[in-house]
Each structure stands twice: as structure tokens, then as C-alpha cells.
Design a protein around this ligand. Structure first.
Ligand code: HEM
Length: 453
């Protein structure tokens, strides 16, 4: 008897557009379930996404948060105070800065990051634009020649942008890595680990083109998805000011006088914020960034719900339908955080307020599956923990530092549009003003003023 999980863990054959140079372009998400997939996935999961490593990118997150705050402040002041800000570009840029730093280990300047952003967007949109080329490659190479040329040019441009960054890292490693490590800004990057990686079966290291493919997956896997969810969550905070207020009060409750940096919610405080956690979960439930996870293939005939699924059939899991199933979720289209608190849906313990935090809702579906925005099982997104941390950290700080309001006469519109992810059809615009009363900070200042006057 074969385990169902294993039966569903395979991917469809890699499309022809994955084979753009002499070597096949392996990435984790499109690899067959086998030794190559295992070695690549283990490298990412243990070298970069392990909680202890994730912690070491704390300074990177702080740096990016500052960039994000500064860009929002400066746009909101551009045409006089409280100018409405369209936030999605700021979110995307911030996520690029972060993922690019984790990938290449260097704080690149704005011009370099924009260059990577542009070429990666072309690659991302190419998944749809060039998918027709995979239909019958031998034929499309003749009848859709110009599209093939365009596609190959995109790949070339991508290599021209990313290979110099890979070589710079290689050079650093060869020349002076031990000195570089003494620098407190040093981070172990994804590229560093890929340069070290030995492919067990082929008994060789990865070549530059293969590293480009893996870096591209890393950057695109973590930027669009996270910035899309971030935008949906902030849109709901604007639409429902009472939720925003509750969140703000929760954060205020943990920001203490003795905090060195009262301006920022430090990431080790995030675990004390159950309402924030519920907000992120409800964001994923109500607005999953993908309606489907990546396609899976069954490795042999399997019975499921009275149907026989034949070997090699492609399976798409309808993530959004699961998250909106009225048999599982009460009033599923409503944005309600209470459903994640103790008793909210009868089973999961996730206490709030004075009560201690109970067992946290399991988004990985290891006990039971009620929603699966990251997939489940062997092919689950390896970056669940990182993505949750990024969202909690940025949402907490954006809500703590600013008050978010709808633009008068321009209410938040939650209509959707399918791009690489499911995005807001009308991107969020908000009036974003710095919080004047930041809990204890203001109280302390007030007290000091009263004592001296
Ligand atoms: C909000 C953020 C994210 C969401 C919603 C998300 C979602 C997903 C989903 C649905 C899958 C497919 C699961 C399946 O096939 O069953 C996946 C796979 C993957 N994700 Fe993510 N992801 C996110 C962030 C990231 C980040 C930050 C990275 C990299 C640092 C990443 C890297 C990957 C990789 C490498 C795979 C392929 C796993 C495999 O096939 O074994 N993702 N992700």
C-alpha cells in the first residue's frame, strides 16, 4: 500500500522552456521527486531557512524596514502632508531588497536592485507569456520563432544581471572570506551555499546557469507572494479600522518603557502578539496569493473520494475553495479574526487577551488541513516560517508607526485580479500618517513636560 502523500509528491515533466542551455535548468519547485530535488531542497531548508539562520538575517530585515518606512513617509509628504500613497510598489521593492540581500549577501544600491526587479518581473510574467512555447516545442520553434527569440533574450538578460553578482560572491570566497566574516554586516547568502553544493549523482558542482535558475526561484518565490499578502492585509486594516485599532492596542500593550527602541516592534516580541498572528492567518485564508498550489502529478493509480486518479494525471489543489468552504469555515467570506481564537471554530486553541496563548493554528496541515496557502506534505513551501515572520514583522511595524486611513471618496475595493499571484484589481491607496501618540513614549514625554513646567 503506497502512502498517499508520496503518491502526490511528484511534479509534471519540466517544460521545454526550462531547458534553455546545454544543461537542464533545475530548480526545486519543478524538479522530480528524487535525489536532485532532495539535495537542493535540503540545502535551502537547512542552510538558509533553518530558524537559527533566519535569525541571523535580523539586521537585513531592520535595514529593509527602514527603507520601507522612509519611502512611505517621503511619498506621503510629496504633494503636501498626507498625500495618498499607493503602497504596492513600496512593498515589492522592500521584499526585493530583502530577498536579494539573502540571496547575494550584499546590500546593493537602488539601481542594481531595480535592475534585478525588472528582469525578474519579465521572467515571472514569462511563465504565462511563453507557456504556449511548451505546447509542442518542435513546432513552436518554427511557427513562433520570434517568441522563442524573445524568451531566450529574457533569459540572457537575466544571466547578464545575475552572473556578475554570483562571480562577485565567488571572488569574495576565494580571496578573503575569513576577513569578510569578521564584518558584523556579513550574511551567509544563498549563493554561498550553492557554490559549495556538490551534486551527489553527477559528482560535480552547480554551474553558473544552474545557480541563476535557483536564485531566480528564490527571489521570485519570496517577493511577489509576500508583497501580495502584505497588501491584502493592509487593505483589510484600512477597510476595518476597528481591527487596526485592536492590533495597535495589542502592540502598545507589549511596548514597554524600558524598550531601547520604542520606534520599532522588535521581532523577538512578535510571539506575544496573538491578534497579529490571527490577522496574518485570516489574510492567508481570505486572500490566498495562489488559488492553486503548483501542479502535482500522481505516481500511480490512486483512489480518492470514490474516483480513480490514473498514474501521471496532473492534480491541482484548489486552495482558495478549501479556505472558503462553508462546511469548514463559518461565514467564510467575512474577514473575522475571532475564528482563530479559542472556541472560534470549535477545535483550535488560540487564546487571546489575558488568557495564555494556546496551541497555535497549524498552517502546515500536519494534523488536519483546513487551508493550505503554502501547500502541505513533502512539497510544502519550505519557507513557511520565513514568510510568516516577514509578514508579522512588517505588518506589526507598519501598524505601530502609522495610522492607515481610506482616501476620502475612494473606499478600499477588495476585487481581485489574477497575475502571477491573485492581486488587488485596484491597488491599495491609503492616507498614511505617522502615529503621534505612541503609547508610553508620549506618556513619558508628557510626564516629563508636566514635571518640568
Ligand atoms: C507568502 C509567501 C509564500 C507563499 C504563499 C508560498 C507558497 C508556495 C506554494 C503554494 C508552493 C507549492 C507547494 C506545493 O507544490 O504543494 C511553494 C513552493 C515553494 N516555495 Fe513558497 N511561498 C511563499 C514564500 C516563499 C519564499 C520566501 C521562498 C524562498 C525563500 C519560497 C520558496 C519555495 C520553493 C523553493 C518551493 C518549491 C518546493 C518544492 O517543490 O519542494 N517560497 N510555495
Amino acid at each position: 500500500m503506497v502512502q498517499k502523500g508520496a503518491v502526490f509528491a511528484e511534479r509534471p515533466s519540466a517544460p521545454a522552456t526550462n531547458k534553455v542551455s546545454s544543461s537542464n535548468q533545475h530548480n526545486i519547485s519543478s524538479s522530480f521527486y528524487g535525489p536532485m530535488w532532495r539535495v537542493l531542497r535540503r540545502n535551502l531548508a537547512s542552510e538558509i531557512l533553518h530558524p537559527s539562520r533566519v535569525k541571523s538575517y535580523k539586521h537585513a530585515r531592520k535595514w529593509v524596514l527602514q527603507i520601507l518606512m522612509d519611502s512611505i513617509k517621503s511619498e506621503s509628504k510629496r504633494n503636501g502632508d498626507h498625500h495618498p500613497v499607493c503602497v504596492i510598489d513600496h512593498f515589492q521593492y522592500a521584499m526585493f531588497c530583502l530577498l536579494v540581500l539573502m540571496c547575494f549577501g550584499d546590500k546593493l544600491d537602488e539601481k542594481q536592485i531595480k535592475e534585478i526587479e525588472q528582469v525578474q518581473h519579465r521572467v515571472l510574467f514569462g511563465y504565462v507569456r511563453y507557456s504556449i512555447l511548451n505546447f509542442w516545442p518542435r513546432l513552436t520553434k518554427i511557427v513562433l520563432r520570434s517568441k522563442w527569440v524573445e524568451f531566450l533574450q529574457t533569459r540572457k538578460d537575466q544571466e547578464n544581471v545575475l552572473i556578475p553578482l554570483i562571480r562577485a560572491r565567488k571572488k569574495l570566497k576565494e580571496e578573503n572570506l575569513s576577513k569578510a566574516k569578521e564584518d558584523d554586516q556579513y550574511v551567509l547568502s544563498y549563493v554561498d551555499t550553492l557554490l559549495e553544493l556538490q551534486l551527489p549523482e553527477q559528482k560535480r558542482k552547480l554551474n553558473e546557469e544552474e545557480i541563476v535558475t535557483l536564485c531566480s526561484e528564490f527571489i521570485n518565490g519570496g517577493t511577489d507572494t509576500t508583497s501580495t499578502v502584505l497588501q491584502w492585509i493592509m487593505a483589510n486594516l484600512v477597510k476595518y479600522p476597528e481591527i487596526q485599532e485592536k492590533l495597535y492596542m495589542e502592540i502598545k500593550g507589549i511596548m514597554k518603557e524600558e524598550d531601547e527602541d520604542g520606534d520599532q516592534v522588535e521581532e523577538d516580541k512578535l510571539q506575544k502578539l496573538p491578534y497579529l498572528k490571527a490577522l496574518i492567518l485570516e489574510g492567508f485564508r481570505r486572500h490566498p496569493p495562489g488559488y492553486l498550489v503548483l501542479p502535482h502529478v500522481v505516481t500511480e493509480d490512486v483512489e480518492l473520494g470514490g474516483y480513480t486518479i490514473p498514474k501521471n494525471a496532473t492534480i491541482n489543489f484548489t486552495v482558495a475553495e478549501m479556505a472558503w468552504d462553508p462546511k469548514v469555515w463559518e461565514d467564510p467570506m467575512a474577514f473575522k479574526l475571532e475564528r482563530f481564537f479559542n472556541g472560534g471554530d470549535g477545535t483550535d486553541r488560540y487564546d487571546h487577551g489575558d488568557k495564555k496563548i494556546g496551541e497555535v493554528f497549524d498552517i502546515t496541515g500536519s494534523r488536519k488541513i483546513k487551508m493550505m496557502p503554502f501547500g502541505v506534505g513533502r512539497r510544502i513551501c519550505p519557507a513557511v516560517g520565513l514568510a510568516m515572520l516577514h509578514l508579522e514583522y512588517f505588518v506589526a511595524n507598519l501598524a505601530w508607526s502609522f495610522e492607515w486611513k481610506a482616501v476620502e471618496g475612494n473606499e478600499v475595493d477588495l476585487s481581485e485580479k489574477q497575475e502571477f499571484t491573485v492581486v488587488m484589481k485596484n491597488p491599495l491607496q491609503a492616507v498614511i500618517s505617522p502615529r503621534i501618540t505612541k503609547g508610553f513614549c508620549t506618556l513619558v514625554l508628557c510626564n516629563q513636560y508636566m514635571q518640568t513646567s
